[in-house]
Write a protein that binds this ligand. Structure first.
Ligand code: MSP
Length: 655
């Protein structure tokens, strides 16, 4: 029976803009899953979405839809992206799935019944976007240590998980299992920065919002983020359900692939929960680095995200997957630049690989009408080419087993470059001129085809499409000559195949021209999504015909006079201005869609009327605390509403 291999990505927060950084994690996991399948393992590859939490609840509320309606919309987009990137997951879990909800409730109750979860009161600093609590010492300049945004003080009755109880067992386990946390540096970080200083019990329920899994025995509580999220790795296998056969087969996970910022949750909280449930721990947690752009982590709020769809549309999925895994050593951070991407496509894919295939097949067509004669004579350069192939195939498995993707690709490219050198050494175009050299020529072209075949087998986990294009040109069908282990044997390519030159696999790109076009395409994609957001925001603001109101209703509206003290354009938006408004003793930031009717310069100094008691709202990554009143004529022209006396004191109430 085939050995099992269970591999997972983190479950993603539903976002309408998963960027190339998110794709990186999933592409790497997919590559590993494909590799293990090729090796004959019975692979289970899990991915999914982490759908609960206050942030989702708030966004949905603003859009006037239920959180479930909101996540349903987003999740289908995420699945589309994975399809475009050829992600071969076996199971997609949503934390809103019924089986997950039921199993989480069971787990929570069991931990409570056995005393690992207890009720107490939580007081701390809470960051809504990160959905995390922080202690005083964890804050950085009074702000969230992870995202740098404002935090709020919260106190509420909560359930706690006895994380502290597992501290010593965790340290012992990690020290005794050096392979558990990879790469090694992250292991030291966990022990020295988190475990040795001491673990505090963990808040695992909330009462201040509703979008989560209710605690069955105390329904005003919902299960708070990490217990809900981390358990996905076992609920997806049916743990806690009537049919746990998959759990029995695949657990423990062979590897959880996660970004470096969530290694702590996966190597401390998750194993402690598993210990409490008396379940085996995952064999490995691999914490990869981040894709960095302009020196910082790519993020939607910074507006520096690279859209994977644009890249795939322009260069094809295989080129993108190759670039991600070749350019950055898995485990370390790596810079993403358009130049580096195009450079790699041109040098590694078009020049090295593409060229080798097209000139080899081209020569076979030209000199032998697409069929290599069986009469062959060795050359003095053959041994070295075959040795390189042998050495490469021996190393690739070991490197892939350690998830050293970039090193594995470097090895494969050693064979490609060696093959190109073999062409230069043997000079087939010279052999072709001399009839007495035909047997040598046949041998050279067969050897090149064989090297290409070996390369095509080895790149399968990384590039799901290119190998098939190559096999078509070599005239081989999927089977013995394309199986993973066939790469280890020289001479598997059948002697009598019919070669057919196809389209160029990776066309060369004109760097200068492409850089400009790519930037424009990224901007257009971003503008399309901004226009979408603006349209949505406009729709939200459109007034429904409203019934008459009472004076009490009107009293709820808190209008005040304000003075605009600063104003600037919101990057990427045609309409929004970001204004700072002085209202008596306070200054508020208010975003307003009044450009192009007013320029930022015209705004400064204006007296405006502000609706002050709207809930804060985020638009395009910036917060807005209220609304500036404007009049709109039938042509859509806008005019600021104001007070009659230009020197009227700001802060004054309007009634
Ligand atoms: N929902 C949690 C995970 C719960 S797992 C039980 C979460 N979601 S996430 O959507 O924010 O991130 C998903 C994965 O994408 C993480 O592994 C994260 O590290 C990765 N990345 C997000 N941005 C990234 C880069 N810029 N570069 C590389 N990976 C990045 O965390």
């Amino acid at each position: 029976m085939a050995e099992k291999f269970y591999i997972t990505t983190p479950i993603y927060y539903p976002s309408d803009k998963l960027h190339i950084g998110h794709s990186y994690c999933t592409v790497a996991t997919d590559t590993m899953a494909r590799y293990k399948r090729l090796r004959g393992y019975d692979v289970k590859f899990l991915t999914g979405t982490d759908e609960h939490g206050q942030k989702i609840e708030r966004i949905a509320e603003k859009q006037g839809i239920t959180p479930k309606q909101y996540v349903d919309k987003i999740v289908s987009g995420i699945k589309d992206l994975w399809k475009e990137l050829d992600i071969s997951y076996d199971h997609f879990i949503r934390t809103t799935d019924d089986y997950h909800v039921k199993s989480v409730q069971k787990i929570f109750k069991q931990l409570y019944d056995q005393g690992d979860i207890y009720k107490s009161e939580y007081e701390g600093w809470y960051c809504t976007p990160c959905e995390s609590f922080y202690t005083d010492v964890q804050l950085v300049d009074g702000k969230c240590p992870d995202c740098g945004r404002e935090v709020e003080r919260l106190k509420e009755e909560s359930y706690f998980f006895r994380l502290s109880k597992y501290q010593d067992r965790l340290i012992k386990y990690i020290e005794e299992h050096p392979e558990f946390i990879q790469p090694q540096t992250r292991q030291n970080e966990m022990i020295n920065n988190f475990l040795k200083p001491g673990l505090e019990d963990l808040c695992v329920s909330r009462t201040s919002f509703n979008w989560g899994i209710p605690v069955t025995f105390d329904p005003k509580h919902i299960v708070y983020v990490w217990v809900d999220a981390l358990t996905n790795y076992i609920t997806a296998l049916g743990y806690g359900s009537d049919d746990d056969s998959e759990f029995k087969k695949y657990w423990p996970a062979d590897v959880h692939v996660v970004g470096k910022e969530i290694v702590r949750f996966h190597t401390i909280i998750w194993p402690a929960m598993l210990m409490a449930l008396d379940l085996p721990l995952p064999k490995q947690v691999f914490g990869h680095g981040w894709l960095i752009i302009d020196g910082g982590k790519m993020s939607k709020s910074k507006g520096n995200v690279v859209d994977p769809k644009v890249l795939v549309d322009r260069y094809g999925v295989d080129a993108i997957r190759y670039f991600l895994l070749r350019e950055i050593a898995f485990g370390q951070d790596g810079n993403f630049t358009n130049e580096a991407l195009i450079q790699r496509i041109n040098s590694d894919l078009a020049n090295d690989l593409g060229n080798l295939v097209s000139r080899t097949v081209g020569m076979i067509e030209k000199y032998f009408d697409g069929k290599i004669p069986s009469d062959r004579e060795e050359t003095e350069f053959d041994a070295s080419l075959k040795d390189t192939a042998k050495a490469v195939t021996e190393k690739v498995d070991t490197l892939l087993d350690k998830m050293l993707f970039s090193d594995a690709l470097t090895e494969i490219w050693t064979l490609i470059r060696r093959s190109n050198k073999y062409v230069d050494e043997t000079q087939p175009w010279v052999l072709a001129k001399d009839d007495s050299q035909k047997a040598k020529l046949a041998n050279v072209l067969y050897n090149l085809s064989e090297a290409i075949r070996i390369v095509s087998v080895l790149i399968q986990p990384f590039m799901p499409n290119t190998p098939k294009l190559i096999w078509k040109q070599l005239g081989v069908s999927e089977g013995e000559a394309t199986a993973w282990d066939s790469a280890k044997t020289w001479g598997v390519l059948p002697a009598d195949t019919v070669y057919t030159k196809g389209d160029v696999i990776f066309p060369r790109i004109d760097m200068k021209k492409e850089l400009a076009e790519l930037e424009a395409a990224m901007k257009a994609a971003q503008a399309a999504s901004v226009a979408n957001q603006e349209k949505k925001a406009e729709e939200e603001q459109k007034e429904e015909p409203v019934p008459e109101i009472t004076i009490d209703d009107f009293d709820k509206i808190k209008l005040k006079v304000g003075t605009v003290i600063a104003s600037e354009k919101m990057p990427g938006s045609k309409k929004l201005l970001k204004n700072q408004i002085k209202i008596g003793n306070e200054t508020r930031q208010i975003l307003s869609g009044i450009s192009p009717n007013y320029t930022p310069e015209e705004m400064v100094g204006k007296k405006v009327i502000v609706l002050t008691n709207l809930p804060p709202r985020k638009m395009m990554g910036e917060m807005s605390y209220g609304m500036i009143l404007v009049a709109e004529d039938e042509n859509g022209e806008l005019s600021l509403a104001s007070v009659d006396k230009a020197d009227f004191a700001d802060g004054s109430s309007i009634s």
